[in-house]
Write a protein that binds this ligand. Structure first.
Ligand SMILES: Cc1ncc(COP(=O)(O)O)c(C=O)c1O
Length: 402
């Protein structure tokens, strides 16, 4: 076996991860089989009673229990995040809902950060209360806001950092410390940061989630999620619930995902550089009202960003155009190189208006509480030439009459 733990991040992305295949291919086979034969009833009984193993197994039972192709990105992501083990799911939402449901039961309470992905917001404000689970939503910029909501029945502290779409940050180390102080598990959606820039488990967070649809994939050609656990206990518990809830990805998704991860270390520096250059350009542009990007010195949490986003500040910028929602609409409908679409984290640049698209399900007063102005545009900066992107934005902004 290779000694993966000692390799640099770049090698962990690019290297060949062995799985036992029918032939000695370097690229992994796509095992489409839903089920696997066993030698005897006793052998079947042993496999059925097994927990989901973590690494290098040669015996399989049923793809919802685990699949050899899907195990490759799971092992890669575990190495990159620095966790105990990873569970691949059929979407980012499957990762979020399955891991939250695994940890909470009727009568429990959980604290979430304001300004999270719209789907997560809907889940915690609609489904959790229906199950008798109470929720507080706090501004994470002051960790005392989490602390002040902790009760005897609090069983989860949850953060999303940088937050979708305003890019406010949660202090990951402070959240982890608070959880440890009270014996409450901590969970962080790290999608916007990407593992290249931030590794919450290394700060003491218990469970790290990603929409792997975004940076882990990088090519806008799959939907998947990841749950990386710092401990064996959380891994065993959550993988059991993922299996029950059934959010299993297809092996083709697992194949595409490992293929995307192989170039993560090459894509992310370009996302980071392009976004910083464009954020600086927007900040100086006379038609721009506000720019939110943790890499800007003007971002109120820039010092925290430098501390916990050690690889760079990511590829997402949020901004408003003078003239409000109408002016913003003009910009997103005028760009040509940049594509008007939801989602983020791919090599191609995408732009959207949060209040009318990704965050339309969040009530207006809650959006305002989280700083999501009606005209806020979310820009996922891709890997194109940065001057071409700036020219596209310049042309689009020229269409705006202020
Ligand atoms: C921060 C964040 N978390 C979770 C999700 C949900 O991921 P998926 O669409 O893969 O279910 C998204 C989707 O945009 C997201 O931006």
């Amino acid at each position: 076996m290779d000694n993966k733990e000692t390799y640099d991040f770049d090698s962990k992305c690019a290297m060949h991860y062995n799985i036992k295949g029918p032939v000695n291919s370097v690229a992994p086979p796509i095992y489409t089989s839903s089920t696997y034969y066993v030698d005897s009833a006793d052998h079947g009984a042993v496999l059925c009673a097994q927990d989901k193993p973590t690494d290098g197994r040669s015996e399989w039972l049923y793809t919802r229990w685990g699949n050899p192709t899907n195990e490759i990105p799971e092992r890669m992501i575990t190495q990159l995040e620095g966790g105990y083990a990873t569970i691949l799911t059929s979407s980012g939402m499957a990762a979020i809902t399955s891991s939250i449901l695994a940890l909470l039961k009727t009568g429990d309470h959980a604290v979430f950060s304001v300004n999270i992905y719209g789907g997560t917001y809907e889940f915690i404000t609609d489904l959790l209360p229906k199950m008798g689970i109470s929720v507080d939503i706090v501004d994470p910029r002051d960790i005392n806001n989490y602390a002040s909501k902790i009760k005897d029945n609090t069983k989860l502290l949850y953060g999303e950092t940088p937050a979708n779409p305003t890019l406010i940050l949660t202090d990951i180390a402070a959240l982890a410390a608070l959880g440890k102080q009270h014996g409450i598990p901590t969970m962080v959606d790290s999608t916007f940061g990407s593992v290249y820039n931030q590794k919450p488990i290394t700060y003491g967070i218990d469970i790290v989630l990603h929409s792997a649809t975004k940076y882990y994939s990088g090519h806008t050609d799959l939907v998947a999620g990841t749950i990386t656990c710092a401990s064996a206990d959380h891994y065993k518990h959550i993988s059991h619930y993922v299996r029950l809830l059934g959010g299993t990805p297809s092996p083709f998704t697992g194949y595409l995902l490992q293929r995307g991860i192989k170039t993560l270390h090459l894509r992310m520096p370009r996302h980071n550089e392009n976004a910083l250059t464009i954020a600086r350009f927007l900040e100086k542009h006379p038609k721009i009202e506000t720019v939110h990007y943790p890499g800007l010195e003007s971002h109120p949490q820039h010092e925290l960003a430098k501390k916990q986003m050690q690889g760079g500040f990511g590829g997402i910028i949020a901004f408003t155009v003078k003239g409000g929602a109408e002016a913003g609409r003009k910009v997103i409908e005028s760009v040509q190189l940049i594509t008007l679409a939801v989602s983020l984290g791919g090599v191609e640049s995408l732009i959207e208006q949060a209040s009318t698209m990704t965050h339309i399900m969040v009530p207006k007063e809650e959006r305002e509480r989280g700083g999501i102005a009606d005209g806020l545009l979310r820009f996922s900066v891709g890997c194109e030439n940065v001057q071409d992107l700036i020219q596209d934005l310049t042309n689009a902004l020229n269409q705006v009459v202020v």
